[in-house]
Design a protein around this ligand. Sequence first.
Ligand SMILES: Cc1cc2nc3c(=O)[nH]c(=O)nc-3n(C[C@H](O)[C@H](O)[C@H](O)COP(=O)(O)OP(=O)(O)OC[C@H]3O[C@@H](n4cnc5c(N)ncnc54)[C@H](O)[C@@H]3O)c2cc1C
Length: 509
Amino acid sequence: MILDADIREQLVDYLGLMEGDIEIMLSAGADEVSKNMSALVDELASISTRIKVKETTLTRTPSFGVNRPGEDTGVVFAGVPLGHEFTSLVLALLQVSGRAPKVSNIMIDRIKALKDEYHFETYISLSCHNCPEVVQALNLMSIQNPGITHTMIDGAAYKNEVDSKEIMAVPSVYLNGEFFGSGRMTLEEILEKIGSVPEAVDSQSIEPYDVLVVGGGPAGASAAIYAARKGIRTGLVAERFGGQVRDTLGIENLISIAYIEGPQLAATLEEHVKNYNVDIMSAHRAKSLEKKELIEVTLENGVVLKSKTVILSTGARWRNVGVPGEVEFKNKGVAYCPHCDGPLFKGKDVAVIGGGNSGIEAAIDLAGIVNHVTVLEFMPELKADAVLQQRLYSLPNVTVLKNVQTNEITGSNKVEGISYKNRETGEISQIVLQGVFVQIGLVPNTEWLGDSIERNRMGEIVVDNHNATNVPGVFAAGDCTNSHYKQIIISMGSGATAALSAFDYLIRN
Ligand SMILES: Cc1cc2nc3c(=O)[nH]c(=O)nc-3n(C[C@H](O)[C@H](O)[C@H](O)COP(=O)(O)OP(=O)(O)OC[C@H]3O[C@@H](n4cnc5c(N)ncnc54)[C@H](O)[C@@H]3O)c2cc1C
C-alpha cells in the first residue's frame, strides 16, 4: 500500500463525498514512478467503487488523467501527486465527480466564458507549498471549460524536461508550449493574465465604508473581523488574501495551535472573515490614499473606495539584494523560497545570501538536498539563533563566509557564479555555483502611500499604541508598521487594536 493508514482513513471520508463516477486513464510503464502511480490509482479504486482504472497511452508516461466516463476533462497528473499535491488530487477527484468547487459563481462564469484553447502545463516539486494553489486553480479551469487542459508535471519524475527547459523555480507554468509564469498565482491572477477581466465596478455605486481594511494577511483579517463584530460597514481590499502566511511552510508558534501549514492557515483566515458581513475585494491593489471629507483609497483599476476610517495592513515582501544579476536571473537560478525551489538544485552548488534566522534555516534545509551550500553574511557575525548556528556548523557540506559583500550574480542565461568582496581586505573572490537563495529579510509594502502617511526611514508606517497613524481616521497594523517584532500573532493583535481604535474614533467623531 502506498498510502499510510491515517491518509487512507482521511481519503475514505473524502471519497465518500464524490457525486458521480470517475475513470482514471493510466499511462504506466515499468519504471519506479509508474509502479508507485499504479499502486496509488489501484488504491483509490479499492477505496471507492465509483473509481475505475483504464490503461491507455497518454502524451507522457507515467501519467494519469482524471475523467468522467467517456468524457476527457483534460486534468492529467504526470508524477505521483503525494506530498503537497495530495490535496490537488483529492480536489480533482471530487470536482470531476460533480462536486461544486469552493469558488464564487462569478469566477466559474468567467472560466466558462473563455473561448480559446488553453493547454497548460505546470512543473512542480512535491515539497513546494506554493505549487498546489496554481495546480488546483488550473485543474478547476480545466474541469469547468472543455477548451482548457492542465497537466501537473513533477520535476523529479521528468528531470529531462526540467533540464531542457532550464526550469529553476516552481511552479513554472507553460501555456500552449510557451512560458506563461512562475511562482505563486491565484485563480484570479491567472484569469486576468489570459485576458479575462472582472466586470468593471462603478465607484459611485459603492457606499462609503465605516472601516476599510487594506491588506488581507493576519493583520487585515483580524482587523476586519473585529470591525465587523461591531456591526459597522466593513470592507477589505487585498491583492492576495493570506499574505506571507501563504508562503510559509510550518507554523508552530501561533499560540493554541501546535502546528499548522501556511496555506491552511490562510484558508481558515479567509473562512473566518467570510463568517462576518465583510465586503471582500481580493485580487485588487490599492495605489493611493487621500484624506478628503472621507478617506479615499484608489485601486489600480481606477475604482475609488471611500471610508470614514481606514486600516492599513499591507504587510511586507522579500527584500532584494540589489546586485547585478539578481533581476536578470530571477527563476534562472536566483530564488527566494528554499522549500519550493530547493529540490531543483539537487546535487548542485548554491549560495544563501543572509545569515539571519531565515538564511540559516534555508542553508540547513538546502544542505540536505544540494551538493554544497555557501552562506554569505555581510556582518562579521551571523545573526541567527545559537541553536540554528550549532546545527549549521555541524553540517559537512556548508561553508560560512562572514563580513563579505555580494558584488554580482554572474552567468550567461542562468546563474553560473557569484562574486563577493571581503570587507576587511577588499579582496574580490568568485565562486562557481548554480543557485543563489536570497534571504535578507523583508521590506514593507508601503511605497504606494507616498507622502500621505508618516513612515520611518525603513518605509514602515509610524503608529502609536492605539495603532493610529499621523492622519486622523487612518490606522495601521502588522508588518507594514514600525512594530518591533513581525510575527503572525503580533499582526493579529495589532489588527484587533487598530479595529477597536477605529471604532472608538467613529464613536467620538
Ligand atoms: C517564509 C516565512 C515564514 C514565516 N514564519 C512565521 C512563523 O513561523 N510564525 C510567525 O508568527 N510568523 C512567521 N512569519 C511572519 C508572518 O508571516 C508575518 O509576520 C505576518 O504574515 C504579517 O502579517 P500582515 O497581515 O501584517 O502582512 P502580510 O502577511 O504580509 O499580508 C499583507 C497583505 O496585504 C496585501 N497587500 C500588499 N500590498 C497591497 C496593496 N497595495 N493593496 C492591497 N493589498 C495589498 C497582501 O496581498 C496581503 O494580503 C513568516 C514569514 C515568512 C515570509
